[in-house]
Design a protein. Structure first.
Length: 208
């Protein structure tokens, strides 16, 4: 139960950090935020803040930031700055919690671990989840810092529609069939990896 509560605290914090990196950077660059969607699914509540409305969904597994029409027609560099602001915010917060050396180690080891755990969720994935709680579960800042680094690694993967895949999409004309195909393939791959990690997490909590 303690580990469930810990995850229920640090995961929403990491997701919110990621989204705030987008929203604040986009606002600084002159893009108006139409909606800040924390979590997926049907909206439980919408907070009408002065800067932008925050929509709270009921599935705590991610979120999105929607900008006005000026963002889609923006130049490459500003769009990339916004896209990579989310992972950068996670890395900076991870460094603040762990120190830069441990945050860097957690980030770089995360790239291989993401694929290893996704390919073998009931063995490698479950073991990685167990190691996370065993080594970092005693401290909320440490658990948050490590999770933030791993989420930054996930979002930096060169898979559309993740942040790392935005460069791929930006190099393909939006009206091209390859743009649509790349988006669909990337979405399915990212979804499959996320689902596999949910299986690993469930296996750990259920003792499978």
């Amino acid at each position: 139960m303690r580990e469930v509560i810990l995850l229920a605290v640090v995961l929403p914090l990491a997701i919110a950090t990621h989204l705030l990196g987008y929203a604040l950077t986009g606002s600084l660059l002159g893009f108006r935020v139409k909606s800040f969607n924390l979590f997926y699914g049907k909206a439980l509540h919408t907070f009408p803040l002065r800067e932008f409305p925050i929509r709270l969904g009921w599935i705590p597994t991610g979120g999105s930031v929607e900008f006005d029409e000026s963002f889609s027609s923006a130049r490459f560099f500003p769009k990339m700055m916004v896209s990579f602001a989310g992972p950068l915010a996670l890395i900076l917060m991870s460094a603040a919690c762990l120190r830069y050396d441990r945050a860097g180690a957690a980030l770089f080891s995360g790239f291989a671990q993401l694929f290893q755990g996704a390919l073998f969720p009931l063995s490698t994935g479950r073991t990685l989840v167990a190691d996370y709680f065993r080594h970092h579960g005693g401290s909320v800042p440490e658990a948050y810092g490590v999770l933030a680094a791993k989420l930054a690694a996930f979002n930096l993967l060169p898979i559309p529609p993740l942040n790392g895949g935005q460069i791929i999409l930006a190099s393909i004309p939006a009206d091209s069939r390859w743009f649509f195909r790349s988006s669909i393939i990337g979405f399915l791959l990212a979804f499959a990896m996320s689902l596999s990690w949910l299986v690993a997490l469930g296996a750990y909590f259920l003792g499978v």
